[in-house]
Design a protein around this ligand. Structure first.
Ligand SMILES: C[S@@+](CC[C@H](N)C(=O)[O-])C[C@H]1O[C@@H](n2cnc3c(N)ncnc32)[C@H](O)[C@@H]1O
Length: 224
């Protein structure tokens, strides 16, 4: 199938020509907050949400979300601050001045208030484009004394608890440490003109894990 996409490079290549890299010792925080999203999380999102136009993944990493969106037939612009051999690198989302696509779908960096800044920035762009914003966030951020007022002022249209996923770069660092597997995630989805309470629903990671992506990690995708 020919996908309609704007970017998309190859995922990073191992220096040992195709072999997975040897797991390194695990730092307290992974550099650049690189915690990739397992594909089933995005498949689950697409089972319940529709995006009627181009999508910007502004913290694309190695393309874990972008690839699933492209496989589903979406036109995707993928950017990241850091070079991962995928998408357009060197783009600080927080310094961007104009939206690059109608909708924004991402798993942003979380540390040092970055997820809050990403959400604020994305909602600003969505107000310009009339698009939606979907962000994979830490479930604990929903119940946090410094965020309650913000959530009430900008309630997502829908919140989805997604079970049984781990956003961890195991191809770089080996299996996730036990403390990390305890993290729980939600998709928060903001739609244009939503007011009032957020609807809440549940998604099963396992239900979407079996589905095979047609994406070939080593395949280059051309600008079309
Ligand atoms: C949690 S990872 C998620 C990667 C990808 N969205 C995914 O789901 O697999 C966060 C990503 O944010 C990127 N990042 C951190 N700060 C950024 C910034 N200011 N602008 C754009 N990307 C940034 C990191 O390089 C990293 O790839």
């Amino acid at each position: 199938m020919m996908h309609s996409c704007i970017i998309i490079g190859a995922t990073p290549r191992s220096p040992r020509s195709g072999l997975p890299p040897t797991p390194r010792s695990i730092p307290r925080r992974i550099p650049n907050e690189f915690y990739p999203t397992p594909p089933e999380a995005t498949r689950a999102l697409l089972s319940v949400e529709r995006f009627d136009g181009s999508i910007w993944e502004p913290a694309c990493g190695e393309g874990a979300i972008a690839n699933v969106l492209v496989d589903a037939g979406h036109k995707v612009v993928a950017t990241d601050l850091v070079e991962y051999g995928f998408g357009i690198s060197g783009i600080d989302f927080l310094k961007e001045l104009r939206p690059r696509a109608k909708h924004i779908v991402t798993n942003p960096p979380y540390g040092s208030g970055l997820a809050d800044a990403f959400a604020e920035k994305a909602l600003g762009f969505a107000a310009e484009t009339g698009g939606s914003v979907a962000m994979l966030l830490n479930m604990a951020s929903l119940s946090h004394r410094r965020r309650t007022a913000w959530w009430k002022a900008k309630p997502p249209a829908r919140l989805y608890a997604i079970d049984d996923i781990v956003c961890w770069p195991s191809h770089r660092y080996g299996p996730a440490p036990e403390y990390f597997t305890k993290h729980r995630y939600i998709w928060a989805v903001w739609t244009p003109n939503h007011r009032g309470p957020s609807a809440f629903w549940w998604l099963s990671g396992a239900e979407f894990r079996a589905a095979q992506s047609s994406h070939n990690n080593n395949k280059k995708r051309r600008i079309t």
